[in-house]
Design a protein around this ligand. Structure first.
Ligand SMILES: [Zn+2]
Ligand SMILES: [Zn+2]
Length: 205
């Protein structure tokens, strides 16, 4: 079976089977007819108004809540079953986007974002990494930088950490200070990982 997404939103008078579809993936065990049947049932119950059959036929403003609930739960169960399949459903769902400082808009599926996860900017020329923080439904993206004071003027420069992660231990990196344009040189340094902090009066070096 092939899963496809309709090119057009559902419209009155057009059968779902007759719609034009765009292929998004393939999965064994996906029953399109079942989804269409469920969609029609939910639509009939909750989404569409109907015309009264006769003058005594009372049309409620809303569909029957319990009936709708039962149908919706059935749909949720089916979608959850499908989501467990081999096909990744990353193409379906809420999307979160943010603008990197390089100007590139990054988009991610909300479901795939984890707290404290690091996201690299999609621009291949950009070294920015962003850390995900979540507060309820709100996502925030914080740049992951090393804060280095300029050797010449002391201004703090925020350098993307990825710039250093990609640097070999025997390599030198340089960056120009955003304030005075001084060319600063950086290198990885081996340090003793001490078990205890240095004693009073003992030099750090
Ligand atoms: Zn970027
Ligand atoms: Zn400077």
């Amino acid at each position: 079976m092939t899963l496809s997404i309709g090119k057009n939103p559902a419209r009155e008078g057009v059968k779902l089977e007759d719609e034009e579809y765009v292929k998004v993936g393939t999965e064994v065990g996906f029953d399109a007819k079942k989804i269409v049947k469920m969609w029609n049932a939910v639509a009939r119950l909750a989404l569409h108004a109907r015309l009264p059959k006769d003058k005594d036929d009372h049309i409620p403003d809303y569909g029957d809540k319990d009936e709708i609930r039962v149908k919706v739960l059935e749909v949720v169960a089916e979608l959850e079953r499908l989501a467990k399949g081999t096909m990744t459903f990353s193409g379906i769902g809420m999307e979160v986007s943010f603008d990197c400082s390089c100007g590139t808009t990054n988009k991610r599926r909300e479901k795939l974002l984890r707290e404290k996860q690091h996201i690299h900017c999609i621009n291949p020329d950009c070294k920015n990494t962003w850390m995900v923080t979540r507060d309820g439904d709100e996502f925030a993206f914080e740049s992951v930088t090393a804060n280095i004071d300029c050797d010449n003027c002391g201004a703090t420069n925020l350098i993307p950490w990825r710039f250093f992660w990609e640097m070999k231990y025997d390599q030198h990196g340089t960056f120009s200070c955003h304030t005075c344009r001084h060319k600063n040189v950086v290198a990885w340094r081996l340090a003793l990982a001490r078990k205890n902090p240095p004693m009073d009066g003992e030099s750090e070096n």
